[in-house]
Design a protein around this ligand. Sequence first.
Ligand SMILES: [Zn+2]
Length: 112
Amino acid sequence: MSSELPFDPENPPDEPPPQVVHPIAWRLAVRLHREHSPLPAEPPIEVAGPAGASGPTGAAGPAQTFGPAGPNVCAACADPWPCHGRQIAVRGLIAACRPRNPGGERQSRDDR
Ligand SMILES: [Zn+2]
């Protein structure tokens, strides 16, 4: 997957990369990013029954699958992942890397 982002959107560094033009915005976004993280994936629960309790069950398959076992909710707000807070955080990180004016030219002093 190719990305133009100068950082890892899953794990942005605390210190703003050199490309960041708004370090304050970066730090705020990183803070929000850390807050809104997915719930850690729980280890598969293995039923430790007493040995010898063997009985044929009706299910033919060895295990039922409930879809991907990855995190699907936010640990902070419990919203479906990726939650709104995380999306805002990533947007903030991206915005912090880009100059506010697309032109990038310094404003001329005309108002004095
Ligand atoms: Zn969240």
